[in-house]
Design a protein. Structure first.
Length: 225
């Protein structure tokens, strides 16, 4: 009759079960999870996370400004003033020191300048010193002739001629305004004189009425005082 060893087999089964359980737990912790299958049996590919594109950093746009023109400054390299301009300025300074009689004699000596730009400038400068409306108009006409002169000798004279012509035009405007104001004053004075004459005539009539003797009473009798 065979002999049973129930007590020895039981511990062996327990140890084997524990070993299997340990191996199963180790496999579950290390093996990667299998991807889920789709309905058609294909395994889906792993999806990549969308890449984030960095927005470009804002850049400052330079503001374009209009170029600033620097004022012209006369330097040592500027060409010197022509000798003819220096001579004209010296001539104008000499005219300023002349008496009215000598200035009139200088104008007579200048005579008709013709079409010579330099002589036109000299006569215009002399006429400017007389400070009379007719002489101012004549001087302005001479300067205009220099400005419109076509000869090469008039080129250095044109800037000075324009300057003097502008000055004379301003002077003529002031003279015209002064003449209009003087005319208004003369008209006002004439009206005042007329009103004074009328007022004096009315006063004379009033005085004649107060000094007239009383009229005589009827029947030759004088009125009682």
């Amino acid at each position: 009759m065979p002999t049973n060893f129930p007590n020895a087999a039981h511990p062996l089964r327990v140890a084997g079960f524990a070993a299997v359980l340990v191996l199963s737990l180790a496999a579950c912790s290390t093996a990667p999870a299998a991807p889920e299958s789709t309905d058609n049996g294909s395994v889906p590919m792993p999806q990549k996370s969308p890449s984030v594109v960095a927005a470009p950093s804002p850049t400052a746009t330079p503001v374009l400004t209009a170029p600033v023109e620097t004022p012209s400054v006369i330097s040592a390299e500027t060409p010197p003033v022509p000798d003819v301009i220096t001579a004209l300025l010296s001539y104008a300074d000499r005219l300023h020191a002349l008496s009215p009689t000598d200035l009139a004699a200088e104008i007579v000596v200048q005579g008709d300048p013709g079409n010579v730009a330099l002589r036109q400038m000299q006569l215009a400068l002399a006429l400017m010193h007389l400070r009379q409306p007719a002489d101012t108009a004549r001087s302005l006409g001479l300067l205009q002739r220099v400005i419109t002169h076509t000869g090469p000798e008039s080129l250095p004279l044109k800037p000075l001629a324009r300057l003097l012509a502008n000055r004379l035009m301003d002077q003529r405007r002031l003279e015209d305004a002064a003449e209009r104001q003087a005319q208004q004053l003369r008209d006002s004075q004439r009206r005042i004189d007329q009103l004074n004459e009328r007022l004096e005539a009315m006063r004379a009539i009033e005085r004649s009425l107060t000094t007239r003797p009383p009229a005589a009473a009827p029947n030759g009798t004088r009125p009682n005082p």
